[in-house]
Design a protein around this ligand. Structure first.
Ligand SMILES: Cc1ncc(COP(=O)(O)O)c(C=O)c1O
Length: 389
């Protein structure tokens, strides 16, 4: 079978096996064990905040919203341009999302639209219980104005940093900016535990509460005593072992993804009708996925046709997230704005971005895109590997 070049694949460091072996040798193979404690400690040291290892990023968002007191009848503000896992936990809790459009500068939540929506809700004495901010594709939202307006109205912010581990905003790490944050270790993320997540909070009491809920809210007693609803959301010791090995190389993985994005930009800079996701000056963009917009008339083909052409060459690419307000699931949900997210979805494409992507494979992707645009191939290796890289 012909080898395919995939969008974003796991990239082990070599440290993981040692930790996994330790887990097996000690028989700590369930959702308690020393690797879970160590992974939480090492992760917390990086972000400077207590962290709770969970079975997924979605579970982290769910527990985070629950910690913020979200319940039936509440509203939660949420960007419309995101993966569905940002919004689903709002509904798990019986609350309703209100979607907001993106700004062009970061593709993330538009701070001025957020202010208008909060002003409106304050006038009607119906403030949302929380605001979720997503750091899309490895780039932080413009947090300063977002946090300022949320603080003015006393509305807590939950960061969905699922895609942005390693990113920074004005020197602070993504995940340490809001009241709470969720990170994902899904197989396609910048580091992975195969599946898993982390809930991050400034408040150690909240972290303990999340751990308790994540273990079926079992009270510390001899018998199985329960007074609150719980979940089976804890990360296993084996997966925490993988996470520890991955955490060693987070910095290298960020550097590799940034280099890939820089090569795409350089090698495709002369093409008409293709422009890359902006890199806002406020922080470090990890370029978890390299994304760009296709202008069909100038590029020579539509975004969807380009995806097909890449697929025919054995290369996986994907459209930018389809906005939540365009999903059947959220058909009747209120949305503030929407045209920016719709435009980014209509024209946006995510290119292969694995940190293990070789120069040769990236050259192949670049070559197919150049051919699709009717541009000369030049020396592909030179195109994929500009001077200085
Ligand atoms: C923006 C965003 N939020 C949440 C999630 C959910 O994370 P998980 O797959 O670990 O549940 C993901 C990725 O999967 C994501 O991309």
């Amino acid at each position: 079978m012909k080898r395919r070049i995939l969008l974003s694949v796991p990239h082990m460091s070599g440290h993981e096996q040692r930790y996994i072996r330790e887990a097996f040798d000690s028989n700590w193979l369930s959702t308690v064990g020393p690797h879970i404690d160590a992974f939480e400690r090492e992760f917390a040291a990086r972000l400077g905040r207590p962290s709770v290892a969970l079975s997924s990023g979605t579970a982290a968002i769910h527990l985070g919203l629950r910690l913020l007191g979200v319940g039936p009848g509440d509203e939660v503000f949420c960007p419309t341009l995101t993966f569905v896992a940002t919004a689903n936990p709002i509904r798990y809790l019986g609350a309703e999302p209100v979607f907001l459009d993106s700004e062009r500068e970061t593709w993330n939540l538009d701070p001025s639209l957020l202010e208008a929506a909060l002003d409106d809700r304050a006038r009607r004495n119906r403030l949302p219980k929380a605001v979720i901010v997503v750091h899309l594709y490895g780039q932080c939202a413009d947090m300063a104005p977002i946090l300022a307006v949320c603080a003015r109205y006393g509305v807590p912010v939950l960061e969905d940093a699922a895609e942005a581990l390693g990113a920074t905003y004005r020197g602070q790490p993504a995940g340490a900016l809001g009241a709470l944050a969720a990170v994902s270790f899904n197989g396609n993320k910048i580091i992975t535990t195969s599946g898993g997540g982390m809930l991050v909070t400034a408040d150690a009491v909240l972290a303990d509460k999340a751990r308790y809920w994540a273990t079926q809210a079992r009270r510390p007693a001899l018998a199985y005593e329960h007074s609150e609803l719980g979940h089976n959301y804890r990360m296993s010791n084996v997966l925490a072992a993988i996470g520890r090995g991955q955490l060693h190389v987070l910095g290298e993985r960020v550097a590799a993804r940034r280099a890939i994005a820089a090569r795409y930009r350089e090698a495709l800079a002369d093409l008409d009708g293709i422009c890359f996701m902006p890199q806002a000056p406020h922080g470090l963009h990890t370029n978890w996925l390299s994304c760009c917009l296709i202008e069909p008339e100038r590029f020579g083909m539509s975004r969807d046709r380009l995806i097909e052409v890449l697929a025919e060459a054995g290369i996986e690419s994907r459209p930018v997230w389809k906005p939540m307000h365009c999903q059947e699931l959220f058909g009747h949900v209120e949305c503030w704005g929407g045209p920016v997210a719709e435009d980014l979805f209509r024209r946006g494409i995510c290119l292969p971005s694995s940190s293990s992507l070789t120069i040769e494979d990236q050259a192949a992707v670049i070559g197919v895109i150049r051919l699709a645009a009717g541009a000369p191939l030049k020396d592909l290796m030179e195109a994929a590997c500009p001077r200085g890289n």
